[in-house]
Ligand binder design. Sequence first.
Ligand code: UN1
Length: 509
Amino acid sequence: MRTAIQEQKSKMAPPAQAARLKLYIGGEWVEGGGASEIISTNPADARQVLARFKSANAKDAESAIAAAQAAFPGWRATPAPVRGRILARAAQIARSRREELGRLMTREEGKILSEALGEMDKGTTLIEWFAGEGLRLSGETMPSELPKNFLYTVREPLGVVSVITPWNFPWAIPVWKMAPALVAGNTVVFKPASLVPAMAVEIVKIFEQAGLPPGVLNLVMGAGAQIGDILIKDPRVKAVSFTGSNSVGRRVHALAGERGIKATCEMGGKNALCVWEDADMDLALAGVLKGAFGSTGQRCTATSRLILHDKIADAFMKKLLGEVKKIKVGDGLDASVGMGPAVDEGQLKTDIEYIEIAKKEGARLLIGGERLDGGNWKHGWFIAPTVFDGVKPSMRIFKEEAFGPILSVTRVSSFQDLVKAANATEFGLTTSFYTHDLNLAMRYADEAEFGMVHVNSPTIGGEAQAPFGGIKGSGYGEREMAKEGLLFFTELKTVFIDYTGESRKSNLY
Ligand code: UN1
């Protein structure tokens, strides 16, 4: 996905009622020391300024790391079940504020309210799941070769970890990184995308209210170019968890590699939904609509490619276009709206650029393909849901992530060609296969080069207890969520205890 530090938002003068946000360092709310003031606006009506803040500078980033370092011994010494209980309280607070925060998310990020509420629920479930892990943060015992020896492993926290997150899931992604980090006993420096500062501040307030001691969670906001490197290069930082674009992810991974610290980078996708000739057409159609146009296509798991069996392609496309025509685009707080705006002007421009590229490459534009800017759309970053047919694997629109509501359709006539087409990108996050044929579904699950495979369900989403992540250009490092997401934030220690001096007699080596 695309990260965006869109300072063009700051060109607008904020009205007095815009929230004035601060950084959170060592348990204190402090003004950023950076030169620029960043302003967050409503993408459905950019005249509405939601919040403004002074960006963090290098000194702020260093203070946040120092605060996290100072808080580490106390937090590490806090029993894991007690840490888990604080997380459970945070989840409770989040549940009680679901509607209010869902509305804030819609206003700040643009996704429609039902999607924002879905994201609130998903993120909160993730916190709950990791809260329970406080009771299960266990190692193993194993038999020793020596008599009267006790051999076991224990999971220990890493220390200060950096959590760097994108704008498209302003609640779920930060919490699915910080909840495992915190329950495992790490202290966190959190740097959200500058487009969603109001949500980031609310996340921190929830954890503060739940009882996190000062310094355990710190918030720095500002341009990645100014503070991003510090959050990886500082010798006190022991790991980084990043979600964002492939280009930034590679850099994060390289910087972390230079220091020999852990990094998990969750990046883009060019996800294919495949419909076989025997599939339940209506089910597949619902999956395509949700995957391609949900969240305005601004999801690393979005369906950006549709691969259809020739035999059903014409009939399917007819149905699809009929449904796409019905999607009402507008302000996500309006319950009749099915798709919100692009997050900002920069993302809208990227979408339009990709549409132009696809046209030039010879893809056939069937619907959409333009900015919507009349009437109620006048002050927002709206774009029409867009479908291209006749897309070839050689085209850029087939291979590159636009991160907008743009669907590319490719037709195939054999299972081999379907698999080949689905796998023909640098990305490998998630894919779907719609069929009634169990054998074929199993073969697809075997042959698909993706981190996640869905059968008869959309490419999007994930569950707290299931590992989430991709292969190829979609992900480096450990999977997120689930046990794997927790283990990333720990170091394993193996302990050998000889309690009767048996090791003296042994020639074990
Ligand atoms: C989802 O589809 O619910 O940035 C999660 C993203 C992904 C998260 C997607 N990391 O879009």
